[in-house]
Design a protein. Structure first.
Length: 112
């Protein structure tokens, strides 16, 4: 599945001041990585957001957010956000910030 290039550009703009952010094509979409962890991504026109297990239920209670079931079963800690949920730049920045903050709490990945 292709991904929304316009959304990719918006994410790049939000992340332009961050260090050590990498883009990686994954799952037929585009993922943004920090310290080796995916924290946001795009599949089709959806935003994939890694909110973590502690914020998962709260994230699901927000409008335009649903379970990420990419593998056919729910992936706890990850949600899909439909386009109305990140239409405003402030909403997109909020999602990116919350997801990036979560992966910064994870232990460093070891090379290899």
């Amino acid at each position: 599945m292709a991904y929304d290039e316009g959304l990719a550009q918006r994410l790049r703009e939000v992340l332009q001041s961050e260090r050590d952010i990498a883009e990686k094509r994954m799952f037929g979409g585009l993922a943004f990585m920090s310290r080796g962890y995916m924290f946001v991504g795009i599949t089709g026109e959806l935003l994939m957001a890694r909110v973590g297990p502690d914020d998962y239920e709260q994230a699901l209670s927000r409008p335009h957010v649903r379970v990420m079931d990419f593998t056919g079963k729910p992936m706890r800690g990850y949600v899909y956000v439909d386009p109305p949920g990140f239409e405003a730049d402030s909403d997109l920045s909020d999602w990116v910030g919350r997801c990036h903050r979560f992966v910064l709490t994870l232990p460093p990945k070891t090379p290899g």
